[in-house]
Design a protein around this ligand. Structure first.
Ligand code: SAM
Length: 255
Protein backbone atom coordinates (compact mmCIF):
# COMPACT_ATOMS: atom_id res chain seq x y z
CA UNK A 1 0.00 0.00 0.00
CA UNK A 2 1.39 3.48 -0.84
CA UNK A 3 0.48 6.43 1.28
CA UNK A 4 1.13 10.11 0.91
CA UNK A 5 3.85 10.96 3.37
CA UNK A 6 5.48 14.28 4.30
CA UNK A 7 8.74 14.46 6.26
CA UNK A 8 9.29 17.69 8.18
CA UNK A 9 12.45 17.67 10.30
CA UNK A 10 12.04 14.82 12.80
CA UNK A 11 8.35 14.35 11.92
CA UNK A 12 6.65 11.90 9.54
CA UNK A 13 3.08 12.76 8.58
CA UNK A 14 1.13 10.04 6.80
CA UNK A 15 -2.20 10.43 4.98
CA UNK A 16 -4.12 7.18 5.47
CA UNK A 17 -6.26 4.98 7.68
CA UNK A 18 -4.41 4.29 10.92
CA UNK A 19 -5.79 0.73 11.02
CA UNK A 20 -3.63 0.01 7.97
CA UNK A 21 -0.64 2.23 8.78
CA UNK A 22 -0.15 1.57 12.52
CA UNK A 23 0.68 -2.16 12.18
CA UNK A 24 3.70 -1.15 10.07
CA UNK A 25 5.09 1.21 12.72
CA UNK A 26 7.23 0.85 15.80
CA UNK A 27 7.32 3.87 18.10
CA UNK A 28 8.06 4.72 21.72
CA UNK A 29 4.61 6.04 22.68
CA UNK A 30 1.12 6.55 21.29
CA UNK A 31 -0.55 9.78 22.43
CA UNK A 32 -3.81 10.41 20.67
CA UNK A 33 -7.30 11.85 20.61
CA UNK A 34 -9.42 9.26 18.76
CA UNK A 35 -13.06 9.82 17.85
CA UNK A 36 -15.34 9.59 20.89
CA UNK A 37 -18.23 7.21 21.46
CA UNK A 38 -20.98 6.87 18.82
CA UNK A 39 -23.56 8.25 21.27
CA UNK A 40 -21.86 11.67 21.23
CA UNK A 41 -21.58 11.70 17.44
CA UNK A 42 -25.26 10.78 17.04
CA UNK A 43 -26.38 13.32 19.66
CA UNK A 44 -24.68 16.20 17.87
CA UNK A 45 -27.26 16.35 15.07
CA UNK A 46 -30.10 16.48 17.62
CA UNK A 47 -28.83 19.27 19.87
CA UNK A 48 -30.87 22.46 19.70
CA UNK A 49 -29.24 25.56 21.15
CA UNK A 50 -31.48 27.73 23.31
CA UNK A 51 -29.74 30.83 21.95
CA UNK A 52 -30.91 29.94 18.40
CA UNK A 53 -27.37 29.63 17.00
CA UNK A 54 -26.35 26.71 14.78
CA UNK A 55 -24.60 23.77 16.43
CA UNK A 56 -21.89 21.70 14.73
CA UNK A 57 -24.00 18.68 13.74
CA UNK A 58 -21.47 16.44 12.00
CA UNK A 59 -17.80 16.09 12.85
CA UNK A 60 -17.09 14.39 9.54
CA UNK A 61 -15.76 11.15 11.04
CA UNK A 62 -17.36 8.10 12.67
CA UNK A 63 -17.57 7.28 16.39
CA UNK A 64 -15.15 4.74 17.86
CA UNK A 65 -17.48 1.94 19.01
CA UNK A 66 -17.09 -0.47 16.09
CA UNK A 67 -13.31 -0.07 15.71
CA UNK A 68 -12.12 0.43 19.31
CA UNK A 69 -10.77 -3.11 19.77
CA UNK A 70 -8.81 -3.03 16.50
CA UNK A 71 -7.40 0.41 17.29
CA UNK A 72 -6.45 -0.63 20.84
CA UNK A 73 -4.59 -3.70 19.53
CA UNK A 74 -2.77 -1.69 16.86
CA UNK A 75 -1.69 1.00 19.36
CA UNK A 76 -0.39 -1.59 21.85
CA UNK A 77 1.51 -3.45 19.11
CA UNK A 78 3.11 -0.27 17.72
CA UNK A 79 4.23 1.21 21.07
CA UNK A 80 6.91 0.07 23.48
CA UNK A 81 5.97 2.62 26.15
CA UNK A 82 2.83 4.57 26.98
CA UNK A 83 -0.45 4.34 25.12
CA UNK A 84 -2.48 7.41 26.12
CA UNK A 85 -5.90 7.95 24.58
CA UNK A 86 -8.53 10.63 25.13
CA UNK A 87 -12.11 9.52 25.68
CA UNK A 88 -15.36 10.51 27.31
CA UNK A 89 -15.88 9.06 30.81
CA UNK A 90 -18.41 6.70 29.20
CA UNK A 91 -15.62 5.12 27.14
CA UNK A 92 -13.07 4.45 29.89
CA UNK A 93 -14.27 0.95 30.75
CA UNK A 94 -14.38 -0.20 27.13
CA UNK A 95 -10.92 1.21 26.40
CA UNK A 96 -9.51 -0.46 29.50
CA UNK A 97 -10.95 -3.85 28.48
CA UNK A 98 -9.69 -3.58 24.90
CA UNK A 99 -6.21 -2.30 25.86
CA UNK A 100 -5.78 -5.06 28.44
CA UNK A 101 -7.04 -7.68 25.98
CA UNK A 102 -4.31 -6.46 23.63
CA UNK A 103 -1.69 -7.13 26.31
CA UNK A 104 -1.10 -3.65 27.76
CA UNK A 105 -0.61 -3.02 31.47
CA UNK A 106 -3.42 -0.74 32.58
CA UNK A 107 -2.29 2.30 34.57
CA UNK A 108 -5.00 4.86 35.33
CA UNK A 109 -7.53 7.39 34.08
CA UNK A 110 -6.56 11.08 34.04
CA UNK A 111 -8.70 14.17 33.55
CA UNK A 112 -8.57 17.28 31.43
CA UNK A 113 -10.53 19.96 33.32
CA UNK A 114 -11.92 22.65 31.01
CA UNK A 115 -12.74 25.81 33.00
CA UNK A 116 -14.17 27.51 29.89
CA UNK A 117 -16.06 24.51 28.48
CA UNK A 118 -19.16 25.36 26.44
CA UNK A 119 -22.41 25.51 28.41
CA UNK A 120 -25.09 22.87 27.75
CA UNK A 121 -26.76 24.73 24.91
CA UNK A 122 -30.16 23.06 25.24
CA UNK A 123 -30.30 23.98 28.92
CA UNK A 124 -31.51 20.52 29.95
CA UNK A 125 -28.74 19.57 32.38
CA UNK A 126 -25.13 20.24 33.34
CA UNK A 127 -22.56 20.77 30.61
CA UNK A 128 -19.48 18.57 30.40
CA UNK A 129 -16.60 20.35 32.11
CA UNK A 130 -13.98 17.63 31.66
CA UNK A 131 -12.71 14.92 29.36
CA UNK A 132 -10.69 11.85 30.31
CA UNK A 133 -7.66 10.11 28.98
CA UNK A 134 -6.73 6.52 29.70
CA UNK A 135 -3.13 5.48 30.26
CA UNK A 136 -1.49 2.08 29.92
CA UNK A 137 2.01 0.72 29.34
CA UNK A 138 2.54 -1.32 26.20
CA UNK A 139 6.14 -2.42 26.56
CA UNK A 140 8.31 -4.59 28.71
CA UNK A 141 9.92 -3.22 31.85
CA UNK A 142 8.81 -0.45 34.16
CA UNK A 143 6.58 2.50 33.38
CA UNK A 144 8.51 5.74 33.32
CA UNK A 145 7.09 9.17 33.85
CA UNK A 146 8.61 12.48 34.84
CA UNK A 147 6.17 14.05 37.25
CA UNK A 148 6.71 12.22 40.55
CA UNK A 149 3.54 12.03 42.62
CA UNK A 150 1.60 14.64 40.61
CA UNK A 151 -2.13 14.01 40.23
CA UNK A 152 -3.42 13.09 36.79
CA UNK A 153 -5.49 16.26 36.53
CA UNK A 154 -4.68 18.78 33.82
CA UNK A 155 -6.48 22.12 33.84
CA UNK A 156 -6.38 24.02 30.54
CA UNK A 157 -8.79 26.33 28.79
CA UNK A 158 -10.29 25.08 25.55
CA UNK A 159 -9.93 28.51 23.98
CA UNK A 160 -6.29 29.43 23.65
CA UNK A 161 -6.90 32.44 21.45
CA UNK A 162 -6.33 30.35 18.30
CA UNK A 163 -9.16 30.23 15.78
CA UNK A 164 -8.75 26.53 14.96
CA UNK A 165 -10.35 25.11 11.81
CA UNK A 166 -10.65 21.53 13.10
CA UNK A 167 -13.88 21.00 15.11
CA UNK A 168 -12.15 19.11 17.96
CA UNK A 169 -8.72 20.73 18.15
CA UNK A 170 -6.96 20.15 21.50
CA UNK A 171 -5.06 23.04 23.14
CA UNK A 172 -1.29 22.92 22.53
CA UNK A 173 -0.45 23.66 26.23
CA UNK A 174 -2.48 20.59 27.31
CA UNK A 175 -0.64 18.34 24.87
CA UNK A 176 2.70 19.85 25.88
CA UNK A 177 2.01 18.94 29.52
CA UNK A 178 1.34 15.32 28.53
CA UNK A 179 4.42 15.14 26.30
CA UNK A 180 6.56 16.58 29.12
CA UNK A 181 5.16 14.29 31.84
CA UNK A 182 5.04 10.98 29.96
CA UNK A 183 7.86 11.02 27.40
CA UNK A 184 11.58 11.70 27.13
CA UNK A 185 13.46 14.06 24.78
CA UNK A 186 14.43 12.33 21.53
CA UNK A 187 11.72 9.67 21.81
CA UNK A 188 9.14 9.09 19.08
CA UNK A 189 5.49 9.86 19.76
CA UNK A 190 2.79 8.64 17.38
CA UNK A 191 -0.65 10.22 17.02
CA UNK A 192 -2.73 7.92 14.78
CA UNK A 193 -5.69 10.35 14.84
CA UNK A 194 -3.67 13.47 14.15
CA UNK A 195 -6.53 15.82 13.21
CA UNK A 196 -4.95 19.27 12.88
CA UNK A 197 -1.55 18.12 14.19
CA UNK A 198 -1.66 19.47 17.76
CA UNK A 199 0.26 16.52 19.25
CA UNK A 200 2.93 16.99 16.60
CA UNK A 201 3.30 20.69 17.43
CA UNK A 202 3.66 19.87 21.15
CA UNK A 203 6.13 17.05 20.46
CA UNK A 204 8.29 19.25 18.26
CA UNK A 205 8.32 22.12 20.75
CA UNK A 206 9.69 19.75 23.38
CA UNK A 207 12.33 18.01 21.27
CA UNK A 208 10.51 14.74 20.60
CA UNK A 209 10.18 12.96 17.25
CA UNK A 210 6.69 12.57 15.83
CA UNK A 211 4.73 10.27 13.52
CA UNK A 212 1.19 11.39 12.71
CA UNK A 213 -1.55 9.63 10.74
CA UNK A 214 -4.71 11.30 9.48
CA UNK A 215 -7.25 9.94 6.99
CA UNK A 216 -8.86 13.24 5.99
CA UNK A 217 -6.85 15.18 3.40
CA UNK A 218 -8.06 18.58 4.58
CA UNK A 219 -6.88 17.95 8.16
CA UNK A 220 -3.71 16.27 6.91
CA UNK A 221 -2.79 19.39 4.92
CA UNK A 222 -3.58 21.58 7.94
CA UNK A 223 -1.33 19.37 10.11
CA UNK A 224 1.49 19.71 7.61
CA UNK A 225 1.19 23.51 7.74
CA UNK A 226 1.11 23.60 11.56
CA UNK A 227 3.98 21.14 12.01
CA UNK A 228 6.04 23.00 9.40
CA UNK A 229 5.45 26.29 11.28
CA UNK A 230 6.37 24.66 14.60
CA UNK A 231 9.49 23.20 12.99
CA UNK A 232 10.64 26.74 12.10
CA UNK A 233 10.17 27.94 15.72
CA UNK A 234 13.00 27.65 18.24
CA UNK A 235 12.66 24.60 20.50
CA UNK A 236 11.47 25.24 24.05
CA UNK A 237 13.54 22.32 25.21
CA UNK A 238 17.34 22.30 25.11
CA UNK A 239 19.13 18.96 25.43
CA UNK A 240 20.63 18.95 28.94
CA UNK A 241 24.38 18.54 29.27
CA UNK A 242 24.89 15.28 31.15
CA UNK A 243 25.98 15.93 34.73
CA UNK A 244 26.78 13.63 37.59
CA UNK A 245 23.47 12.88 39.38
CA UNK A 246 23.18 14.71 42.69
CA UNK A 247 22.03 12.26 45.30
CA UNK A 248 22.22 12.85 49.00
CA UNK A 249 23.61 9.94 50.92
CA UNK A 250 20.90 8.32 53.00
CA UNK A 251 23.58 7.22 55.47
CA UNK A 252 24.90 10.71 56.21
CA UNK A 253 28.54 11.69 55.80
CA UNK A 254 29.98 8.73 57.65
CA UNK A 255 33.13 8.51 55.54
C1 SAM B 1 -10.85 13.89 17.59
S1 SAM B 1 -10.04 14.27 16.11
C2 SAM B 1 -8.38 14.67 16.61
C3 SAM B 1 -8.18 16.15 16.79
C4 SAM B 1 -6.75 16.49 17.20
N1 SAM B 1 -6.47 16.08 18.56
C5 SAM B 1 -6.46 17.96 17.05
O1 SAM B 1 -6.01 18.60 18.03
O2 SAM B 1 -6.69 18.50 15.96
C6 SAM B 1 -9.88 12.69 15.39
C7 SAM B 1 -9.29 12.70 13.97
O3 SAM B 1 -9.07 11.35 13.57
C8 SAM B 1 -9.35 11.24 12.18
N2 SAM B 1 -9.64 9.82 11.94
C9 SAM B 1 -10.79 9.15 12.24
N3 SAM B 1 -10.66 7.84 11.93
C10 SAM B 1 -9.40 7.67 11.44
C11 SAM B 1 -8.64 6.55 10.97
N4 SAM B 1 -9.19 5.33 10.93
N5 SAM B 1 -7.37 6.74 10.57
C12 SAM B 1 -6.81 7.98 10.60
N6 SAM B 1 -7.47 9.10 11.02
C13 SAM B 1 -8.74 8.93 11.45
C14 SAM B 1 -10.49 12.19 11.91
O4 SAM B 1 -10.52 12.61 10.57
C15 SAM B 1 -10.17 13.34 12.90
O5 SAM B 1 -9.47 14.37 12.26
Amino acid sequence: MTYREEVIGDCRLILGDCREVLPELSVDHVLSDPPYEDELHKAMGRIKRIDGQKMVDDLGFDGINLTRDVIAAACVKAASGWVILFTLAEGVRAWRDDLQAAGAKWDTTCFWIKPDASPRFNGQGPARGAECFVTCWAGAGHRKWNAGGKRGIYTHCVNTGRQGEHPTEKPVPLMMDLVADFTQPGQTICDPFMGSGTTGVAALQLGRRFVGIEQNERWFDLSCRRVEAAHRQPRLFAEPTPTKPIQQSLLGDAA
